[in-house]
Design a protein around this ligand. Structure first.
Ligand code: CA
Length: 469
């Protein structure tokens, strides 16, 4: 009898209690994604004219990745790669989606699991904030893609001042860029936001940390700053009266607002004693479009929408005091895909995704358990332009066309100035072969992208008309 009571106690009290303790051990996760931030525009990458003390504090408390990439050189596909942990070409997310609230195929295919979907299996509460850009149809809304909560907008960019948010309904839009004027969504409801957008997003992140202090949480904080339109409040502009170039000055102010947000998040974690077991990641979704928003990619060649380093190599830092030593510099190539794999490996019940991942769990590499390179190869494809890139070790091949290929040694030529393809044809042939092998696993476009706006409108005359159910 006693044995039986002990057995019942064990089954119904000890096991659930142990499980609850285990769940608590899963680290919280905050991914802070900047939009179109130049590689050289944070202090930890050497920026001098813009001060980012809070982003730098994050970087100094953990690891700075110096060879860090995203999976694409513009916003949408890069986000699709990050949030699924898979090369987005595997599921046809080959371009920026259009703002099309009637189209359930215009965005992240339903075959894909997001990081929020998988973390739900480990009892995380999750919030997506800011720019979604993975589909505007109701089936593609963040809360249909694994997130418990949402505060933000569904389009690929947005106005920043509350008085500019005038559309109550996406069907009041009549053009692609009207998506920038929608009122913000809190879950499924339009709200009257009163603050400058960047400040509003920071506020929501801080509140969520407070509300979820006792359970594991995941905040995907996708600022649209410093993506155009260039708009900043006097509070931030006044910090940069020394910058004479107006574009750069406004850009600096927008970055400064993001930095303040990062500061408020780090402070809230400290206040609640959550810093130790919270993974905080900061990165940009693609390189800076220098001429458009006044960003600076430093010594890197090119920028947004290009496969040169300036388009795909981004500022990337991560802190997790429980595991990662402060002040680390990690120089081997990593990619945004690694976030997914790294995080799910830290959950107490080791949750498993249903789809094949392309990322690597970076933690063993950061704590000295593995000194190899996390990736033998990294790949990029711009489907419409038939442009490709592949990195193997320090070598990078860019394929602009069948007859124009460039081979660079990134260790000695980070600025991609010295094309070695003529002298090292055997490597060009081999890397091109490796690229084609990878591409054979990829899919063609699942939807018409941003540059096909006109064609799409012709094919979908009801694009902006609300469908009666
Ligand atoms: Ca972007």
């Amino acid at each position: 009898m006693l044995k039986r009571i002990a057995c019942v106690l064990f089954l119904f009290i000890v096991i659930p209690w142990t499980q609850a303790q285990e769940i608590k051990k899963s680290p919280n996760l905050i991914i802070i994604l900047a939009d179109d931030l130049g590689n050289a525009d944070v202090g930890f990458n050497g920026c001098l004219d813009i001060q980012t003390p809070n982003i730098d504090r994050l970087a100094e408390s953990g690891v700075v990745f110096t060879n860090a990439y995203v999976t694409y050189c513009v916003c949408g596909p890069s986000r699709a790669g990050l949030i699924t942990g898979r090369y987005q070409d595997r599921f046809g997310f080959t371009d920026n989606p259009l703002f099309a609230s009637n189209d359930s195929l215009m965005g992240l295919p339903l075959s894909e699991e997001t990081l929020a979907d998988v973390l739900k299996q480990a009892n995380y509460k999750s919030l997506a904030i800011g720019k979604w850009h993975l589909g505007a149809h109701e089936l593609l809304h963040p809360m249909k893609r694994g997130f418990d909560d949402f505060y933000g907008f569904l389009s690929g960019g947005h106005e920043y001042f509350p008085e500019q948010l005038t559309l109550n309904d996406p069907f009041e839009a009549t053009t692609q860029y009207d998506g920038y004027k929608t009122k913000l969504l809190k879950n499924y409801t339009r709200v009257e936001e009163k603050e400058y957008l960047t400040d509003a997003f920071s506020r929501e992140a801080v509140a969520y940390i407070e509300e979820n202090r006792n359970n594991p949480f995941f905040i995907y904080l996708a600022y649209n700053a410093p993506h155009t339109p260039l708009q900043a409040t006097e509070k931030y502009l006044s910090r940069y009266s020394n910058i004479k170039d107006e574009k750069r000055r406004t850009y600096a102010a927008m970055v400064s607002a993001v930095d303040d947000g990062v500061g408020s998040i780090l402070s809230k974690l400290n206040e609640l004693n959550l810093t130790e077991n919270t993974i905080v990641i900061f990165l940009s979704d693609n390189g800076g479009p220098e001429r458009t928003n006044g960003s600076d990619n430093g010594v890197l060649r090119g920028g947004k929408s290009q496969l040169f380093e300036g388009g795909i190599r981004v500022p990337f830092a991560m802190q997790w005091p429980a595991k990662i030593p402060a002040g680390m510099i990690y120089e081997k190539p990593v990619i945004s895909l690694d976030i997914f794999s790294s995080v799910i490996a830290q959950t107490s019940n080791r949750v498993k995704p249903k789809n094949q991942l392309d990322g690597v769990n970076l933690i063993p590499y950061l704590i000295g358990e593995n000194d190899k390179s996390p990736h033998d190869y990294l790949y990029w494809r711009k489907f419409d332009e038939k442009k490709y890139a592949i990195r193997n070790g320090d070598e990078k091949l860019i394929v602009e066309s069948e007859i124009h290929k460039m081979l660079f040694d990134l260790k000695n030529d980070i600025g991609e100035q010295n094309n070695q393809s003529n002298d090292r044809m055997e490597r060009v042939v081999q890397l091109n072969k490796d690229l084609r092998k990878w591409e054979s696993e990829m899919q063609g476009p699942a939807f018409l992208g941003l540059l096909k706006d006109k064609i799409y409108n012709e094919q979908h005359p009801e694009r902006f008309t609300k469908q009666i159910k």
